[in-house]
Each structure stands twice: as structure tokens, then as C-alpha cells.
Design a protein around this ligand. Sequence first.
Ligand SMILES: C[S@@+](CC[C@H](N)C(=O)[O-])C[C@H]1O[C@@H](n2cnc3c(N)ncnc32)[C@H](O)[C@@H]1O
Length: 259
Amino acid sequence: MRISIMTLFPEMCERVMEESIIGRARRAGKLQADCWQIRDYTLDKFGRVDDTPYGGGMGMLLQADPIYRCYEAVCQTAEKRPHVIFMSPQGKTLTQDRAFQLSRKEHLLLVCGHYEGVDQRVLDEIVDEELSIGDYVLTGGELAALVVADCVGRLCPGVLSDHTCFTEESHWNGLLEYPQYTRPAQWHDQGIPEVLLSGHHKNIEAWRHQRALENTWRKRPEMLEHANLSEADLKFLKELEQGEQICSQEDSSNEENLA
Ligand SMILES: C[S@@+](CC[C@H](N)C(=O)[O-])C[C@H]1O[C@@H](n2cnc3c(N)ncnc32)[C@H](O)[C@@H]1O
């Protein structure tokens, strides 16, 4: 897969994508990434790419033409037109599901806005989808594009050593991941759950699944509404809820006794 980023800060994006798993995948030829300086495509002799908004208002807008010409230059380096994503707080919020779908595309082109945003006309002409990384406003699209590149990049075939690296992670099957532990087995006054030392794979799997359910129930209960749960899962969650109710009843009667 290829990920191209159009930005006013290509060095910033390039620097981040040299590191860690994405950097290694690029060096191993499993993932291609390239950054494009929008300013290189302006016809303005002073290199300007922004102007004031029609109708007045605060701030500056990125002009349509440098973005369009940069987009054309990227397209000329590819056989097929890339899937173009405008990073925007107005887009649909990125999810693991969407990231996986995007990881199956041949070529993504991530367009980073800056200042107050971008002239709408070029967005209407070239953009296939808008993506947000959350309901807040960043200074520019670079951090958001890097989040997409990282999240999508690691899901591309061959980038991680095994697909279970992500199929057993949070958000893959609608649950959060179970807690994990590594050496030493005793740290401060804390050990690790016995079952993890048992070597009994079935029991370990069952323990992990229950802890994933419990984690999700405690931290992000709303996710359980959309998760694919078995009868056994529902029973387990009911028992958790009942256990919690008993504990809170005990706590309040203890408090009453103390008062
Ligand atoms: C200051 S923002 C402009 C926000 C714009 N005036 C609005 O209200 O929608 C500048 C650029 O940062 C990027 N950006 C800001 N917040 C973002 C977010 N949550 N997700 C993705 N990109 C974002 C977009 O590319 C945007 O064009």
C-alpha cells in the first residue's frame, strides 16, 4: 500500500514516519509513504498559498489552486487515482473498522488543511471522504494524517509479524483487550493471575475473553451494545453486574454503620 500526505509541513510528517513499525515497514518495502509540499505547487512568486476568506471573518484559508496542482502531481506518479481523504474536524470519526477498510486500498492521499481551513471548491473537486480524529480542533491536519497513516499502516498485510497482533487487540471485535503481564512474575507486592502460568491454552483463552468482557464493561460499557456477545458472555456480564450491586450494597451498609 502507498500513503501520500499533502501538507505545508512535509518534514514533520516524514520525520514521524521514519520511526518504529511504520519506518521499518517502509524500509522493508511493505509500505510506501511520501510527503508532498503544497507550497511547491503555488504559482505565486512569493510562495503564498493562503488568502483571506470572502465575506470577511478571522484567519486565512488555503487556496484551491496550489492544492489542486499538488493533487495532480501526486496523481501523475500513480497508475490509478488515489483515494483522497481530507483531514477535517467535520469528517466522520476514524474507527478501527474504517482503518481496516482503508488498509485494503492501494493508495491513500491524505490532505492536511491549515489556518482556518481550505477553499471549499477544491475539496468538492478532489475529496472522496473527510476523516476526523475526534471532536476537537487541531491547528493543522498533520497530526491527524499521521494518526491515520500509523493506524492504517500497521493493518496493511505484512507490516505486523502476525495478524493476531491486531485481531486480539482492543476495538477489533467490539471489545477492549484483556490485561497483560510480562516478567518478572512478582513485581512490588503484585503477582500475576495463576492461570497465565498454567500452560493450559484453553483456560488462558477463556480467562482472557472474560477479562476483555470485564474491561469493556468497566471502561466503555456503551461498546457492549454493539458487540457480538454469546449467551455465555451475557450470563457472565449479568453475574458481574450482580456482584457489583452486592458490593455497593455492602459498602453503603458499612457506611451507615459507621455513621
Ligand atoms: C484550525 S483547523 C480548521 C477548522 C475549521 N475552521 C472548522 O471549523 O472546521 C485547520 C485544519 O486542521 C485539520 N484538523 C483540525 N482538527 C482536526 C480533527 N479533529 N481531525 C482531523 N483534522 C483536523 C484540518 O485539516 C483543518 O483544515
